[in-house]
Design a protein around this ligand. Sequence first.
Ligand code: SF4
Ligand code: SF4
Length: 175
Amino acid sequence: MPNTSFSEIIQTRSGEPLHTCYFCQKCTAGCPVAYAMDYKPAQVVRLILLGRRDTLLRSNAPWLCVGCDTCGARCPNDIYLAPVMDVLKEMALEAGLAPAEKKVYALHQSFLDSIKLWGRTHELSMLMEYKLRAVDLFTDLDLGLRLMLKGKIALLPERVKDLERVRALYRRVGR
Ligand code: SF4
Ligand code: SF4
């Protein structure tokens, strides 16, 4: 018997018709990061329909999803899992749980801060913020320096012209 409240909340917030899932697992077969997930994409759908809220809010699967939409392109029922994974991440944070992949969360935060500040990403300051948030100062430092020397990472940021419109979006969601 499905737990209607949990699965209905996820379906309403994501807009994805999970109840139509056949469990054919085509989403899992095509997902580029399924190998690293504790629960594979099709299992996530099944666990939602079974109402396994606590399991899913502690799972690393939503944090590892890269939003590539391969699952939706392969699904016979047009179920796209990126919005579902987003809802699970939001619900985990709303429940006060620590993100299952702390470095992924650190990157999300740094990305959003960069967009808020400049209206676009500025890789250098974004990555510096990420390294501080993730407490990971030295990994890939040599690679970063090489990219800078080749001019692939800009030293100075550029602001978009209408930054106020970008910031209005942030205010709408209370950031
Ligand atoms: S591809 Fe679609 S129908 Fe098949 S298991 Fe995944 S979500 Fe369900
Ligand atoms: S959107 Fe997420 S769940 Fe779907 S295939 Fe891409 S990484 Fe996997």
